[in-house]
Write a protein that binds this ligand. Sequence first.
Ligand code: FAD
Length: 325
Amino acid sequence: MKVTEHLRRAEGKTLFSFEVLPPRKGENIHTLFSNIEPLMEFKPPFIDVTYHREEFVLRERPGGLLQRKAVRKRPGTVGICAAIKNRFDVDTVPHLICGGFAKEETENALIDLHFLGIDNVLALRGDPIKSEGHFQPHPDGHRYACDLIGQISELNHGRYHDHDEQYQPAGAEPILSTDFCIGTAGYPEKHFEAPNFGSDIRFLKEKVDRGADYIVTQMFFDNEEFFKFERRCRDAGITVPIIPGLKPLTTKSQLTALPRAFFLNIPETLAEAIHGAKDNAAAREVGIEWCLNQSRELMAHGVPCLHYYSMGKSEAIRRVAAGLF
Ligand code: FAD
């Protein structure tokens, strides 16, 4: 079922969802299942599965020549989504990115997802890979998420990227059209490349106009940032549901790692409390308590769903969910 349909059926009750990472190459899917299992008692209507692009490494060949080789550490998003769906009878939301994909490959992935009964996708641009200074689209791919959303919307209308009459001769059976519910990313603290909030919200509106059905936000630790972002979206005429993304801090090192990776702020009060905790176990308690308070306030505000970033670990999220649902 579509994410938007789950939200509609909840009739104003806040839902619980979370995001998982596909297992690293060589790892067993049962590790992932055992991470998901403890969260199933909170009845998530959908689970997101992130997509991880290849990185390029240099390998030395006999004779000393260096060979540039693409390496993917977490392959298999499509298969993982189908496996989770079948194992837990839950909807899955595969993340689909522009980076590294030709339009035809995107189309093939969408057709596979459709045949597997997956009704949702989160359409993203993807970050630049480490060897790129800035994001480089595939020569036959998309530069921005709005173009990927446009392609998915077209397929929802039975129009293939290389639309050609030969696929649909007069009088023939109707061709396959998909019916994906499309999610898109929003940034309460602005996307790091956007020159200002105004332009970021304008492009977010464009993503919605091209077919995005709902927005999931980057994680944030200050609800005021979310409330301001939500107001900016509504003022710009964006009416689709906005789902806040949250993460409980669980280690002291995340105080610097998360701002570096995601370009976000950690409020002084939280940062000082984590910093002053006697060890990581105590820091984790602070992080969980903060996330619980954030979640309670967002629920009282009436958000349609609370979406948690597991980053491969579910225990802290289970503690937060147990305090709420
Ligand atoms: P876009 O919407 O394309 O925006 C990128 C930048 O370009 C922004 O600054 C925007 O303002 C600007 N822009 C947008 N459209 C235009 C336009 N038409 N003309 C000019 N400028 C424009 N990454 C992964 O690799 N895998 C994942 O699974 C993943 N999951 C994510 C889930 C969520 C909820 C979020 C918030 C992010 C996720 N990311 C993931 C990270 C994401 O790929 C990066 O943040 C990326 O840098 C931007 O992606 P986007 O879809 O927001 O891009």
